[in-house]
Design a protein. Structure first.
Length: 158
């Protein structure tokens, strides 16, 4: 694939969906493109506004929080793994309101509670907390919301 063909192909993809540099780089490497060509195409895509890491980070945070119902910790880790700079991550994380995070976690745990089996409230709470940690929520938030869910649940003595 020539440089011009690569630019056309990836500019079309970036026009449809947000991508970060590392995502495009991986796609190009799978096509066994030369590293110099990859760098030039990515630089050109960035210069033309097809790739914008800040825009990508904001979209990623919104998408993963609202659709996947991930917590701050998981979202931040995923962005770091994609090579997004910490200051862009910090700016993008402002998209998540603390009250929204609490409501999201409350909804997740209330939905999860009926399927959780345990001999007592302690075991059930521990399982709910592990589930919330796997989704990437903050431990202080997890504790308070898990306490609320357990205390509101019928038939669970706590």
């Amino acid at each position: 694939m020539t440089e011009a063909e690569a630019y056309n192909k990836f500019s079309a993809q970036c026009a449809l969906t947000e991508y970060c540099c590392s995502d495009i780089r991986k796609k190009m490497l799978r096509l066994e493109m030369d590293e110099d060509v990859i760098e030039r195409v990515i630089r050109h895509l960035t210069k033309e506004g097809f790739i914008d890491e800040a825009r990508y980070a904001n979209a990623f945070v919104r998408d993963k929080f609202h659709h996947n119902r991930w917590g701050r910790i998981r979202i931040e880790q995923e962005l770091r793994m994609k090579g997004i700079s910490q200051h862009l991550i910090d700016d993008a994380m402002l998209e998540i309101d603390e009250d929204d995070a609490r409501e999201t976690l409350l909804h997740l745990l209330e939905k999860k509670l009926p399927s959780v089996k345990g001999r007592n409230a302690y075991e059930i709470k521990a399982k709910l907390m592990r589930f919330a940690m796997s989704r990437g929520f903050d431990m202080d938030l997890i504790r308070s919301v898990a306490d609320e869910v357990i205390s509101d649940a019928d038939g669970i003595d706590y």
